[in-house]
Design a protein around this ligand. Structure first.
Ligand SMILES: C[S@@+](CC[C@H](N)C(=O)[O-])C[C@H]1O[C@@H](n2cnc3c(N)ncnc32)[C@H](O)[C@@H]1O
Length: 206
């Protein structure tokens, strides 16, 4: 077979393009240091990631998003802000956690305003269920945390039930002023419509 060496799309600045989508990637290699790693799953337009990266230059931020237009926007935002600690990966969140990242490499995982898939026939598409929680435990360092927010009350209840049933993560209280935590684009949009967000914070035992 003749190898296909044609480049389909040039990478954006700060975009992480794995050489091999079937082999583990080493975050230390693509950031060039061993700083703590935080991941924003389904980062959207990237406001959260970019503000966090600016506030915490001593940490690395990997933003994961499947839509190309949004990936481009976050890449350009990082470039414009001179943020050396941001990389953007255009890939599916669960696949990345299950297969691409090495075990125990992540300090904090953020899942903010994910698609709630409100119709019962679509609930199986929801990210927050056992395979996701297993993958979260796989990639988190001991003591690492999952931070989740949603505006959708029924999805919040579903997620809390799945978390409680799972046992591999310890639930913790999360007050607004516990630490710096910027509002996401969707949060701003929904709060302007009078919707309230609920959050979950869960830690991998040490
Ligand atoms: C409702 S938006 C929230 C965006 C951002 N987190 C915020 O709060 O502003 C959900 C985002 O997740 C992305 N997304 C949904 N499912 C995904 C998946 N399985 N893997 C990667 N990205 C995903 C969507 O393209 C969209 O940008």
């Amino acid at each position: 077979m003749v190898p296909n060496t044609k480049t389909v799309r040039p990478a954006e600045p700060n975009e992480l393009v794995p050489e091999d989508y079937f082999a583990e990637i080493d975050p230390r290699r693509f950031f060039g240091n061993e700083a703590p790693l935080e991941i924003d799953l389904g980062c959207g337009d990237g406001k959260f990631t970019l503000e966090m990266a600016e506030h915490h230059p001593e940490r690395n931020f990997l933003a994961i998003e499947r839509l190309l237009g949004r990936v481009r926007k976050v890449c350009r935002g990082a470039e414009k802000g001179g943020l050396k600690n941001v990389r953007v990966l255009r890939l599916e969140s669960l696949y990345t956690l299950e297969w691409l990242l090495p075990e125990s490499c992540v300090d904090r995982l953020h899942l903010l305003c994910p698609d709630p898939w409100p119709k019962v026939k679509h609930h199986r598409r929801r990210l927050f269920q056992e395979p996701f929680l297993k993958a979260v435990v796989r990639v988190l360092k001991p003591g690492g945390e999952l931070l989740f927010k949603t505006d959708h009350d029924e999805y919040f209840d579903w997620s809390e039930e799945h978390l409680d049933a799972f046992k591999g993560l310890e639930k913790h209280a999360w007050a607004d002023d516990d630490f710096f935590y910027p509002r996401t684009d969707f949060q701003i949009q929904w709060e302007a419509e009078g919707k309230r967000l609920q959050g979950l914070r869960a830690r991998k035992p040490r």
